[in-house]
Ligand binder design. Structure first.
Ligand code: NDP
Length: 242
């Protein structure tokens, strides 16, 4: 589970641990992961903490290898770590664009590339007879809007990559799914510049946003389907979001 130190990833790690999964929780803030792992263990679950930055290809590879080494196999990957730095393209800090591309696209690809051989092996050999790669995209991966150009670019990319890869590996019982949340109450918007945060507040401030648990629930649904059934894409908006 990448991006497990807060928000959707943290909630989904808890949900999957409750379903009996041994969970490797990955993010940069290791102390938050330790707290999460402690809570999972207190409920009788199994958790491995991996403090890593997946924008480094070696770090992503090492994280995957360590997971397999310590937990025995890798049959489910939730590629969730992401950053959303919105604002008009004109005069946007280029550093924000670089951060989104390096995490939402490159980081996700590094994890997927490192995990693929293990997932395919698990699909063939594990008791479940199926494996899952779930990529967290966004409504922004389906609908482009002014003020979101590069975030749109990264999330459209995640959606496209997921579908193409799905076709390549479906016959070998590796399910590739994409989850597309609407507005969820997490730390994601806390990285926005203050003027952009105001814009977001105007757009979403009046609606009841999703909770991280709602998306954790959707992810759990995807990875607990029977072997013959694959949820390819799940678009989940708050009821009032247009
Ligand atoms: P959060 O900001 O709460 O979580 C983001 C997670 O990514 C954190 O655990 C963060 O941990 C981790 N992360 C950030 N940078 C890196 C890195 N370089 N390497 C490893 N981990 C990293 O946001 P959400 O839970 O909302 O976001 C999760 C996903 O959901 C993202 O892909 C986002 O785009 C997507 N999404 C969210 C929506 C929302 O409204 N919240 C809507 C649609 C999609 P740390 O800082 O410790 O590394």
């Amino acid at each position: 589970m990448t991006g497990a130190s807060s928000g959707i990833g943290e909630a989904a790690a808890r949900h999957l641990a409750r379903q009996g999964a041994a969970v490797a929780v990955l993010a940069r803030r290791a102390e938050r992961l330790e707290a999460l792992a402690g809570a999972i263990r207190a409920e009788g679950g199994r958790a491995l903490v991996i403090g890593a930055d997946v924008t480094g290809r070696e770090a992503a590879l090492e994280a995957v290898e360590r997971t397999v080494r310590d937990l025995g196999r890798l049959d489910t990957v939730i590629n969730n770590a992401g950053v959303m730095l919105l604002g008009p393209a004109e005069e946007a800090p280029l550093e924000e664009w670089e951060r989104m591309v390096s995490l939402n696209v490159q980081g996700l690809l590094y994890v997927a590339h490192a995990a693929l051989p293990h997932l395919l092996r698990a699909a063939a050999d594990s008791p479940r007879g199926v494996a899952d790669l779930v990529n967290v995209s966004s409504v922004a991966g389906r609908v482009a809007r002014a003020g979101s150009a590069v975030y749109n670019l990264t999330k459209f990319g995640v959606t496209a990559f997921s579908e193409a890869l799905r076709q390549e590996v479906a016959g070998r019982h590796l399910r590739v799914a994409v989850v597309e949340p609407g507005a969820v109450e997490t730390e994601l918007a806390s990285h926005l510049r203050p003027e952009v945060r105001g814009m977001m507040q105007q757009r979403f401030g009046h609606i009841e946003r999703l909770q991280a648990e709602d998306i954790a629930d959707a992810i759990t649904y995807i990875v607990t389907r029977p072997r013959h059934m694959a949820i390819n894409e799940l678009l989940v908006r708050p009821t009032e979001q247009v």
